[in-house]
Design a binder for this molecule. Structure first.
Ligand code: SF4
Length: 341
């Protein structure tokens, strides 16, 4: 899998007041990437692309470097207490991307350079709740790995949480460019998760992301570096042959993972769902999509963010849940299933 190299970058002027901002500016210039200024990282205008589909693809090649101003962190159920805001979006083009609802049709990649201020805020949350453990999620609005080789944001966050006795960090990725993180002093405080799916789902819907074998190989390296490991299986599709496909995924994973990693392993299981807004965006960007998004086949469920989503009905959900839990307990008897939604 080739590294993400942006076609263009935009900087907020204030980003250049930070060491990381200056470093990124020099790095991008050295790579001959056109750099422009933007008054706000929230409103980047003038991106190329005449159609929605072109606009989406160009946005996925655009890096925006900014300063995270709002001081409060969003909550992050069910996987953590708070989101750790490091970046948004990613270079992948998964048709079902859960960010389609929030980031819209121009999901450019955004990175925040005021990492010391962000971590200082995290420290306040930790101190307020101590001795209770506070958990931070680093991938709530992004896949943070594709830009890591430029920014080092994850590395800095991992080492920060490694020093905090009352905090844990977690993030998830589909990417295998993780070697720089293997030497971080994580102290067991970061759970490094990979998002996996069946080969069919990956090849059909997860464009510009590493193959399953590359993700599993990266997970093995992460386990060997002593990180607690986890997997998100998402989205789970109830489609023809799904049971065989997911059984195959788990049996392959069980063969590849070191035995030590299996003693402290987590799984998060998320079935496929979509919002009306996401469906409209997806069909604009991927007009030939084969994603199953027929409202009549689903149950409408009201969500925590004020908009509802279409999920599988109760009978299918129960069938998927029973099957996944049974297979996981067969292949990974010591693993913990953190949630099923
Ligand atoms: Fe969205 Fe994750 Fe795919 Fe990136 S890798 S497009 S964040 S689902």
């Amino acid at each position: 899998m080739q590294r993400f190299v942006p076609s263009r970058a935009y900087f907020e002027p204030q980003a250049l007041d930070y060491l990381l901002g200056k470093k990124l500016y020099d790095q991008l210039e050295a790579l001959n990437i056109p750099v422009r200024m933007t008054s706000s990282h929230n409103r980047v205008t003038g991106l190329p692309g005449k159609t929605t589909a072109e606009g989406y693809r160009e946005a996925k090649k655009t890096l925006v470097v900014g300063v995270r101003k709002s001081s409060d962190f969003s909550t992050c159920k069910p996987s953590a207490n708070y989101q750790l805001p490091l970046n948004t979006s990613c270079s992948g083009m998964c048709e079902y991307c859960y960010l389609a609802t929030t980031l819209g049709k121009r999901p450019y990649l955004r990175v925040y350079v005021n990492i010391d201020e962000i971590l200082a805020k995290a420290k306040k949350y930790i101190d307020e709740r101590a001795p209770e453990i506070t958990v931070f999620e680093g991938a709530a609005t992004s896949d943070p790995v594709p830009t890591e080789y430029l920014t080092g944001l994850l590395f800095t966050a991992i080492e920060f949480f490694g020093r905090e006795p009352y905090a844990k960090f977690r993030f998830v990725t589909k990417y295998n460019d993780i070697d720089s993180l293997l030497i971080a002093k994580h102290n067991g405080h970061t759970r490094f998760r990979f998002s996996l799916n069946t080969e069919t789902v990956i090849s059909r819907y997860e464009h510009a992301t590493p193959a399953l074998a590359e993700r599993v190989q990266a997970a093995v390296k992460v386990a060997e570096a002593g990180y607690p490991l986890g997997f998100i299986i998402a989205p789970i599709f109830f489609s023809s042959g799904w049971q065989d496909d997911y059984s195959h995924l788990f049996s392959e994973l069980a063969v590849k993972l070191p035995e030590t990693a299996k003693r402290d392993l987590t799984f998060e299981l998320i079935t496929h769902r979509f919002t009306k807004r996401a469906k409209a965006n997806i069909t604009d960007v991927f007009p030939k999509t084969m994603l199953p998004m027929t409202e009549e086949d689903r149950k409408y469920k009201f969500g925590q963010f004020g908009y509802g989503k279409y999920v599988y009905d109760a009978e299918r959900m129960a069938e998927i849940k029973a099957f996944m839990i049974e297979r996981l307990s067969e292949y990974f008897p010591a693993a913990k299933v953190e949630y099923f939604v």
